[in-house]
Design a protein around this ligand. Structure first.
Ligand SMILES: CC(C)(COP(=O)(O)OP(=O)(O)OC[C@H]1O[C@@H](n2cnc3c(N)ncnc32)[C@H](O)[C@@H]1OP(=O)(O)O)[C@@H](O)C(=O)NCCC(=O)NCCS
Length: 142
């Protein structure tokens, strides 16, 4: 599978994937994605049908978003994006990686558990009133 570094010119294509992957109202615009890709420490990777954005600040990193188009799911793309982003931020100095995921998002929870993330906290009403999130953490140290 071919993974490429994402840049601002990819933002419209990535926004289309995001819109197909997330419910209406949760989609990120091309402008938002382009802005994030321009920030210090942000790593963007894309594959056919999917992309990930992660941000490193000093020795901590966070997955900002992960999206795989429904037509491309369950082919290992999400897992490859997470693993490659983890390697990239670790190479830049991150020792730990965090993310928030809705506690009812079974596919994502399964993916992240398989990728070595574990629960580190719970954020009530994180996405909306009554839609809570797990904070997940993975060490990037050998
Ligand atoms: C979550 C998401 C990124 C998974 O992408 P994907 O490319 O289909 O995932 P992969 O094929 O790499 O799957 C890796 C592992 O995740 C788990 N998984 C993925 N989809 C699953 C599903 N529908 N049900 C249960 N487990 C699932 C499995 O453990 C799988 O390993 P396996 O194939 O050995 O069983 C994708 O479903 C998606 O974009 N969802 C909407 C957006 C989203 O929820 N993003 C994450 C927000 S934090």
């Amino acid at each position: 599978m071919k993974l490429l570094a994402a840049s601002a010119v990819d933002a419209p294509a990535l926004a289309a994937i995001h819109a197909a992957a997330f419910p209406p109202g949760a989609a990120w615009s091309a402008g938002t994605i382009a802005t994030l890709l321009g920030l210090d420490g942000v790593v963007g990777l894309h594959a056919a049908g999917g992309f990930i954005l992660a941000r490193r600040v000093l020795d901590e990193a966070e997955i900002l978003t992960l999206a795989v188009h429904p037509d491309y799911r369950q082919q290992g793309i999400g897992q490859a994006l997470v693993e490659t982003a983890a390697l990239a931020v670790a190479a830049a100095g991150a020792k730990v990686m965090f993310l928030e995921v809705a506690e009812d998002n079974a596919p994502a929870l399964a993916l992240y558990t398989k990728a070595g993330f574990a629960r580190a906290g719970r954020r009530r009403d994180y996405y909306a009133p009554g839609v809570h999130a797990w904070l997940l953490r993975r060490s990037l140290e050998a």
